[in-house]
Design a protein around this ligand. Structure first.
Ligand SMILES: Nc1nc2c(ncn2[C@@H]2O[C@H](COP(=O)(O)OP(=O)(O)OP(=O)(O)O)[C@@H](O)[C@H]2O)c(=O)[nH]1
Length: 571
């Protein structure tokens, strides 16, 4: 390597001569002037040092940039079993928010509302239950950071509590439990704790990390603590959003109002949405003409964490679609038109390749290298459910995990189909039949849904799935051999003129070169020719020319052995 002079290296590293001379002084390197040459090792050491400094500086800047982005309020969804108090809790939170304002405040439904506490603001999605939440997730958007799952302490964990947990987990939201109805004499928080332990979740009270807050949606008892826990959880998540970024968020609801036209509720997640902005959401676009918030107040802009109702969409966007800012109408139109075309094209493909049964699902999981089988189990009785779960636990292997997203008594529901669809899973039911509408939905969404009458048939099906997902085991199979009879040295390599002496040689086979019975090389074929034509295979008794990838030292009499890897059936 040519010696480098100090001023040359300084230029290469983008620094001044003086800066580099200072580094040399610090390193104790002697020089006469900036024109002196450096030893190779010194130059390398300096390059390495500067490289490290640059990486550290870039890291520090990235962290600084992240820290300069302000925090945003957490977005919370409330879920739980029917009648456990989701609506009451939302009502209480909504009222407590208004109580802080001037009396007589009017509220309007914009899909989410804010609760301000001394510790910070929390945004609540204004629709109880997981249907709305799952519909939003179905479209690929993550809307809630935290799920509060309400459990009536008079009843404990019920089937839809388990569903809510499964949905929340599948979305990646943090889960906090609210043990509700604590004002009632029959309330027993210990039962809630124990039920959760049975599901493998250890409450903080028992030394675990699962938050269970006793509350009453009726009296408001414990709700400040619940809000505080939400904010603490959010703090750990370090949620940030840049108000200066291009506006982006999720459509929460959309409807047509006879007078106002298309009304869209949306949640801004990044950036600031302003009047006059153009946005696209799925296949629809709009120019924001007016915005109003949950207080019914007109807004000219909405920053991260704000839910607003907007006017300006010409068509109804779909709840759950993300919306993004675009610079103008030309961009808005082009993007939405492109999306419509893309959808039409992919629909045609989907018609052909939709996963309709377990075998199809297994194939798609295999292609995606998914090593977890996600299942929803539905049975007629608790007894059969437990029996199946016990057997399943034994079928899970190190390589392929069986993950039961949800197990419950009763027929599969539409919400099960949504869950299975987002998790790329299957629904297996035992002795219970899904309704026609559920079957139809499963078909539309490509979710395998199968009903069994005999437990062992169900288990067999699962065994097949596990087997399908195992890493395949391969063994080597010899395809054929060829003997080198002549050697041609050409400009593009050395070609072995061979006679296929047994079996066949194929273009994509693995080749072993054997000389006097010993392997001297192993690799792939680069070219296989019969006379002058490139061919895919040559059979016994024919001559051919073989060019190998990276081997040229042929000798007459060498044997080329062609092999291929074949999958071995395992049980
Ligand atoms: N005493 C008492 N009653 C409550 C409390 N929370 C809810 N309730 C009552 O429980 C019943 C069900 O409450 P909702 O808030 O409608 O329950 P939900 O979970 O929204 O129910 P669905 O919307 O049907 O799924 C109502 O009669 C409420 O008044 C509470 O903390 N204490």
């Amino acid at each position: 390597m040519a010696k480098i002079r100090i001023y040359q290296l300084a230029k290469e590293l983008g620094m001044t001569n003086d800066e580099l001379l200072k580094i040399l002084d610090d390193m104790g390197v002697a020089y006469k002037s900036h024109a002196s040459t450096l030893e190779d090792t010194t130059a390398e050491a300096i390059k390495e040092l500067i490289g490290e400094q640059k990486v550290a500086e870039a890291k520090r800047k990235a962290e600084e940039a992240r820290k300069s982005i302000p925090h945003r309020p957490p977005v919370v969804v409330i879920m739980g079993h029917v009648d456990h108090g989701k609506t009451s809790l939302l009502d209480y939170l909504r009222k407590s928010r208004i109580a802080e304002k001037e009396a007589g405040g009017i509220t309007q439904h914009v899909g989410a509302f804010e609760v301000k506490t001394p510790g910070g603001t929390v945004v609540f999605i204004d629709t109880p239950g997981h249907e709305a939440f799952t519909t939003i997730r179905q479209r690929g958007a993550k809307v809630a950071d935290i799920a509060v799952i309400v459990i009536a302490a008079t009843e404990g964990v019920m089937p839809q509590t388990r569903e809510a947990i499964a949905h929340a987990r599948a979305s990646g939201a943090k889960v906090i439990f609210a043990a509700n109805k604590m004002d009632l004499p029959g309330a027993d928080i210990n039962k809630v704790h124990q039920d959760l332990m049975q599901l493998g979740m250890v409450p903080v009270a028992y030394g675990g990390d699962v938050e269970v807050l006793p509350i009453s949606a009726k009296t408001g008892q414990g709700i400040p603590d619940l809000l505080e826990t939400i904010l603490l959880t959010a703090e750990l998540e370090d949620l940030r959003a840049d108000p200066k970024a291009e506006a982006q968020g999720v459509i929460l609801e959309a409807r047509v109002d006879k007078q106002a036209g298309v009304l869209v509720s949306l949640l801004v997640q990044q950036g600031t949405l302003k009047i006059g902005d153009f946005v696209v959401a799925g296949e629809h676009w709009g120019k924001i003409r007016a915005m109003s918030d949950a207080e019914g107040a007109r807004r000219s802009e909405a920053g991260p964490g704000s839910a607003v109702q907007v006017l300006g969409f010409s068509d109804l966007p779909v709840a759950g679609d993300t919306f993004t800012w675009v610079p103008d109408q030309v961009a808005a139109k082009e993007i939405t038109e492109e999306r419509i075309l893309e959808r039409k094209a992919s629909q045609e493909v989907a018609e052909l390749g939709r996963a309709r049964n377990l075998a199809d699902l297994m194939r798609s999981m295999h292609e995606a290298e998914q090593k977890e089988i996600n299942l929803i189990l539905r049975t007629d009785t608790q007894g059969s459910l437990e029996a199946i779960q016990n057997i399943l636990a034994k079928e899970s292997t190190e390589e392929v995990k069986i993950h039961v997203l949800l197990a419950g008594v009763g027929a599969p529901s539409e919400s099960d189909v949504l869950l299975a669809s987002t998790a790329n899973g299957a629904i297996l039911s035992f002795n219970v039949n899904p309704s026609g509408s559920v079957k139809k939905m499963a078909e539309q969404k490509g979710v395998p849904l199968q009903t069994f009458r005999i437990i062992y048939e169900l288990i067999d099906e699962i065994r097949k799935m596990v087997k399908g997902q195992r890493e395949p085991v391969f063994k080597e199979e010899i395809l054929g051999t060829a003997e080198v009879r002549a050697i041609f040295k050409l400009s593009r390599g050395t070609i072995a003129g061979c006679m296929v002496t047994s079996g066949k040689i194929t273009r994509n086979a693995d080749i072993r070169v054997l000389r006097k019975g010993k392997e001297i090389w192993k690799g792939k074929i680069e070219g296989l020719k019969r006379v002058k034509d490139d061919v895919r295979e040559v059979a016994q008794g024919f001559e051919c020319g073989i060019l190998l990838e990276g081997f040229t030292e042929f000798q007459e009499g060498d044997i080329l052995e062609a092999t291929q890897q074949v999958e071995v059936a395992t049980d």
